[in-house]
Design a protein around this ligand. Structure first.
Ligand code: HAM
Length: 450
């Protein structure tokens, strides 16, 4: 590609959203915001650019390497945010330090990761976020999981899977064997990539007793939808490590509760599953729609992040739906509906109607909140109606010289191909009624336009 042709494309791994795709993305965003209202999350916004130090802490090796990091013109080390939990924890450690808890914060932002682009993996992508602070008990994990599954249901997915684990199981086994937090992070990072052989080699190299290496090795293999028996087996492997046993019990309790509300969701325990981000301190989970193998939503508990940023010790749990991936999954399942026609009516000024007369009528209709697209290129009647048809606009308002002299215009119902003359006031009332009927889902009475 020549230099100038390349400049016409967005940077690799980033997308332009044209109207139809953007409308679909907005539908997902609106559903996320509806859940903010229903679950009492309040929306916040932080800058796209953050101090490198903040976003690099605890994101894990892989994300750290994929950061759009640079020096600004003042020589400060900054980065485009790769995820939203750290910026939100920064708020809770600073401006929201004294905000009453529980505190629920939501966001819909774009994120940047210099990953190798592939199906469902972009360098710029959108996430929604639900972050809950000040709840250390199961209620917090449960509300977070429910909000994620509620979103899937509202978007129209009939079946989906949850994959869950609790990082305390592996961490406490390793800690008991004397492995430092850095050592644990390395093991979890291998596990995140399913590189279990290297994970076990690493554990051995740290001088961990054989018994623990074997237990970890067996835990790596424990996964499946029959979570009760899997957790039972895991409890056997974790004997003598009460923290790990408690973590397994919490996981069981969480899944039992989720099962009651979402009986058709497959709940898979996967004890070899670790998420790439290092800040997790408890239950972690991801949501999938088979046969797609990409995670659509990711989340978990991170009780130490606010403190790490200098705030009070604050329990925290949250999740982030990946909007671009949800969109891909909806397309795959035929759930992504085409965008609705934006306008209600097409305004066609005929010969003899001046620009300002046409603009005045359009303005008066819009001041009543009626969405009107005006013909501003003098297409004339025939081509104007053809255009309105092609755009699926429900009505045309035709401004003719004679009718306008009486303060009237012609209202045409495009689907029925019927038309009637009415005063501009009556015409506005009819359009308004039709718009309201559409918004409430009521059917227009026959001949509603006349
Ligand atoms: P994450 O798993 O890295 O978690 O990202 C959450 C979701 O964002 C993923 O499940 C996926 O749908 C989407 N996503 C991630 N990377 C990409 C990419 N390169 N292209 C397209 N979509 C992507 C987090 O970011 C955590 N902050 C989630 C969280 C919130 N944990 C606690 N609270």
């Amino acid at each position: 590609m020549s230099g100038s042709a390349r400049a016409l494309q967005p940077p690799r791994g980033m997308k332009d959203y044209l109207p139809e795709e953007l409308a679909k993305r907005r539908r997902i965003e609106e559903t996320i915001r509806q859940l903010f209202r229903l679950y009492a999350y309040r929306e916040v916004e932080t800058p796209t650019v953050e101090h490198l130090e903040l976003v690099a802490a605890k994101v894990g090796e892989e994300t750290r390497r994929a950061m759009y990091a640079f020096k600004d013109l003042g020589g400060r080390d900054v980065a485009l945010r790769p995820e939203g939990t750290a910026p939100i924890a920064r708020l809770v450690a600073s401006k929201l330090r004294t905000a009453p808890k529980p505190l629920r914060l939501g966001y819909v932002w774009d994120f940047y990761r210099y990953d190798e682009p592939q199906f469902g993996r972009f360098r710029r992508f959108y996430q929604g976020g639900f972050e809950l602070f000040g709840v250390s008990g199961l209620e917090g994990d449960l509300e977070t999981l429910i909000v994620a599954l509620d979103l899937m249901t509202r978007l129209g997915f009939k079946t989906f899977n949850v994959k869950a684990s609790n990082v305390v199981v592996l961490r406490s086994l390793l800690a008991k064997a004397g492995v430092s937090e850095d050592g644990q992070n390395a093991v979890l990072s291998y596990a995140d990539k399913r590189r279990y052989v290297e994970a076990l080699e690493h554990i051995r190299s740290l001088g961990v007793p054989n018994r623990t290496v074997e237990a970890v090795s067996k835990l790596f293999e424990l996964r499946g939808p029959d979570y009760e028996s899997i957790l039972q087996e895991a409890r056997g492997l974790c004997e003598g490590c009460p923290d790990a046993i408690a973590a397994l019990e919490l996981l069981q309790h969480l899944l039992d509760s989720a099962k009651v509300l979402f009986p058709s969701t497959q709940l898979i325990v996967d004890l070899g599953f670790a998420r790439g981000l290092e800040y997790y301190t408890g239950v972690i989970f991801e949501v999938f729609v088979p046969p797609l193998e990409i995670a659509l939503i990711g989340g978990g508990r991170y009780d130490r992040l606010v403190e790490l940023f200098g705030g009070e010790p604050t329990a925290a749990v949250g999740c982030a739906p990946g909007i671009d991936r949800l969109l891909l999954a909806m397309e795959e399942k035929g759930l992504s509906t085409p965008a609705e026609a934006a306008s209600l009516a097409y305004l066609i000024p005929l010969k003899g109607i001046s620009e300002d007369e046409a603009a005045r009528v359009a303005y008066s209709l819009r001041s009543l909140d009626l969405a009107v697209e005006a013909d501003v290129s003098r297409r004339g009647l025939k081509r104007g109606l053809a255009y309105a048809n092609q755009r699926h606009l429900p009505f045309a308002v035709i401004l003719g010289k004679e009718e306008m002299a009486r303060g009237h215009a012609v209202l045409r119902n495009m689907a029925e191909a019927t038309q009637t003359e009415a005063s501009l006031e009556d015409l506005a009332i009819k359009l308004k009624r039709s718009q309201e009927a559409k918004a409430t889902g009521r059917l227009e009475p026959h001949g509603g336009s006349s």
